[in-house]
Design a protein around this ligand. Structure first.
Ligand code: ADP
Length: 174
């Protein structure tokens, strides 16, 4: 028989490629709701991430270190298996758009079929972050080179900007 899961412990899983202000908002709100929040960086072999798992781990650790009840870890395999290994009874997800609702709904049903003792809890994205996605951030980093202000400031924590610039070699002289 498997161990009982802790309902005051939650896992917030995703790709975080890279972590955005929208993700950080969900982490801040989740840290207030749960005794312990584990941010899980999923290593999906079908995706081709810009940042390595180690880079994503370091970025997430540096932007979340001031929450004592938040920890960050990488995982392979099914998210529900990772949630179970963490002893958490809750998966935390963020919802931005109607499209998110559709895909999250089927994902939740699939996860429930795999693990009926794990509940998914959704937080609505805050209004000011609901348009932010990791793919939008990568597009802005690649194309937003001719603006006076740093356009990435509106989307990602400061720690991420330097890493993004280096990835796209924006800070190198022509
Ligand atoms: P995935 O690759 O699983 O979509 P992401 O890292 O993009 O992983 O997202 C992880 C979780 O964070 C998902 O529940 C997603 O809906 C949520 N999320 C992503 N961006 C935002 C945002 N701007 N505001 C709120 N939630 C978000």
């Amino acid at each position: 028989m498997s161990q009982p899961l802790n309902p005051r412990r939650a896992v917030y899983a995703g790709s975080f490629d890279p972590v955005s202000l929208g993700h950080l908002d969900i982490i801040a709100r989740g840290a207030r709701m749960f005794e312990r929040l584990i941010v899980g960086i999923g290593m999906n072999p079908e995706k081709h991430p810009l940042f390595t798992p180690q880079e994503r781990l370091e970025l997430l650790q540096s932007v979340s270190h001031h929450w004592p009840n938040v920890e960050v870890a990488c995982f392979e395999g099914l998210t529900v298996s990772f949630v179970r290994r963490c002893g958490a009874a809750v998966m935390l997800r963020g919802l931005r758009t109607l499209t998110d609702i559709e895909s999250e709904f089927s994902m939740t049903l699939a996860n429930r079929a795999l693990a009926h003792d794990i509940e998914t809890v959704f937080l609505m994205a805050s209004e000011k972050y609901s348009h932010i996605s990791s793919s939008l951030i990568k597009q802005v980093a690649l194309l937003g080179t001719d603006t006076a202000n740093e356009p990435l400031e509106a989307f990602v924590p400061h720690e991420v900007i330097g890493m993004l610039r280096r990835k796209f070699k924006r800070d190198q002289p022509a």
